[in-house]
Design a protein around this ligand. Structure first.
Ligand code: SME
Length: 184
């Protein structure tokens, strides 16, 4: 008689069979090379979001899939432009410890990226004037502006790492490409 293996969720598991679910989307099966990994994740995100117009759902998916794809991501998420104020960011979908709720344009790394509409890489947050420490474990970060279909600023995307100098041009290029593909 053939023995049936049962997994933690009560499904039978044939030898050699892998559930094509969340566990197949993790760092273990993605490319080692950082640029190649961004390209793979970009395709995965586009596939998951195909046909889904809701912006919150799109932001939540980007934050979740990027956070689960890179070991150096500690805090990953969006600060969206508050339409009622125009020059203030309010926290959006994120993965990580509790984030500050509101950031004025020009304040901290997120506010600077929003005001200047450019990606900012900070290798040492303690050396950045006005850095906002939501979690004292953050040592370096990258913040990228997010533009909508009309070229308007809709949010910034913030990734923090607990290691210093964790982000470089590969992260900037990879993140910018995903944000453009997802929101422009
Ligand atoms: N460090 C950011 C604030 C946001 S959080 O760290 C989640 C900044 O200086 O803009």
């Amino acid at each position: 008689m053939v023995q049936c293996r049962i997994d933690d969720f009560g499904h039978s598991v044939e030898p050699g069979y892998r559930e094509p679910m969340a566990e197949s989307f993790n760092a273990a099966v993605l490319a080692e090379d950082r640029a190649a990994r961004y390209a793979e994740v970009a395709d995965e995100i586009a596939a998951v979001l195909d046909g889904e117009p809701n912006r919150t759902a799109r932001m939540a998916t980007v934050a979740s899939m990027l956070a689960s794809s890179f070991d150096h991501y500690f805090w990953t998420g969006f600060y969206v432009v508050d339409p009622a104020k125009g020059d203030e960011l309010v926290v959006g979908p994120y993965q990580g410890t509790l984030g500050c709720l509101r950031i004025a344009f020009g304040r901290g790394v997120c506010g600077a990226a929003a005001a200047e509409r450019r990606t900012i890489i900070v290798p040492d947050v303690e050396a950045f004037p006005g850095h906002i420490a939501c979690d004292s474990r953050s040592r370096s970060e990258i913040v990228t502006p997010v533009f909508g279909p009309g070229g308007e600023l809709i949010a910034v995307f913030d990734v923090d790492a607990v290691e210093p100098d964790a982000f470089d041009d590969r992260d900037a290029a990879g993140i910018e490409a995903i944000l453009k593909r997802t929101f422009a």
